[in-house]
Design a protein around this ligand. Structure first.
Ligand SMILES: [Zn+2]
Length: 75
């Protein structure tokens, strides 16, 4: 799982990072660009495993079709 931190003061957003690294980048951005402003904005979350799960589903479907073809074969 990766997070992206959006600045609440300007259009800056951090690259996709793990939570501690993204938070550190956002705090660094606030220290440089908005000194004296407490870090705010919003967090965007992305799940890394969703694409992988779709891949497994596709693989299972291919195996099912192959088994059906083999079972339908007269030999
Ligand atoms: Zn900013």
């Amino acid at each position: 799982m990766a997070n992206r931190y959006w600045c609440g003061e300007c259009s800056f957003k951090t690259p996709w990072r793990g939570e501690p690294e993204g938070l550190r980048l956002q705090i660094k951005h606030y220290a440089e660009k908005h000194p004296g402003t407490p870090p705010g904005g919003q967090v965007e979350t992305r799940r890394r495993s969703s694409g992988k799960r779709n891949g497994y589903l596709l693989l299972a479907a291919v195996v099912l079709v192959l088994l059906t073809v083999v079972a339908a074969c007269p030999h």
